[in-house]
Design a protein around this ligand. Sequence first.
Ligand code: DAH
Length: 340
Amino acid sequence: MDWLEELKAAFAQEFAQAADGAALEQLRVKYLGKNGRITKALAEPGGAASAEALLEIRKELNTLKKAAGAEISVKAEQLRQSAIDAAELQTPRYDTSLPLRLEKGSYAPITLIQREVEAIFESMGFTVEDYAEVTDEYNCFEALNIPPYHPARDMQDTFYLENGQVLKTHTSAAQNTIMRKYGAPLRAVFPGRCFRNEAIDANHDNTFFQMEGMMIDRDISISNLIYFMKIMLSEVFGRPVKVRLRPGFFPFVEPGFELDINCLICGGEGCPSCGHSGWLELCPCGMIHPNVLRHGGIDTEQYTGFAFGLGLTRLAMMKYGIKDIRDLNSGSLKVLAQFV
Ligand code: DAH
């Protein structure tokens, strides 16, 4: 049948030209979709002189249908894989055991990742705010719905100064000041150095970096939160990363969540960096508690908002494959040499 040969040739030609996932999907719809050319031909094969010929045509069409579907799937997977490989090639290889060859300086990994994430949020209409490292108990705890007797304070033991001030334990400490500064609506991210009285190991340090974000407006919901986090993480890693949301408790959000990403160091198998769980807690988040909005002078009848506390240090470890958090504050030139 001429038309059958034409159909095969047309598919083969367009298949060869399809260069990305979207083009392949279009091709699939065009030939194999509900109104696709092959589907339609199967329903009304036309041009057969006899019942046997008709059977033969149907058989050929079915073979074509199967082959076309399989070819499209295989090519789509190959394209997806090579996109991942290309993204991995761009990720610098981190290996501090190599001999030091440092002819010029470099930015520290935290600075690199911070700037990258800032730029992503700026492109989505967020401002970037600065905040002090020394603050008071009101900003660090009370304004965040953590009164003095609250057990949540135990989780964030910090360093108290003689005058009663504290080294901030989290970037959330800036929330109140920023709400008071801008009022609603508001979109802001605020990176910063945080301090905790921690036992130090490969995954914990007494000094680390977070980036807090807040979006306050009318009708803000968890969907907005998930959308912004997904966009940001896919941009940072140059590919879609796996995430999971678990319920999490933080007095300043309700509901609260833990957003985890799969450990990119071990690929989710379990290693010391992820506490052998395959997942890394990257970003606790939630809907801002009305008490916190009220402390910030925001009208809770009109506005809702989400907040998140992104672990910048952990994000840098993930992105650059740094296995030990202690490298980051070590001041070692061997660490900086990885980023020249
Ligand atoms: N400040 C919290 C911490 O360091 C993290 C956090 C949790 C920040 C939930 C948030 C949030 O903005 O919504 O443990």
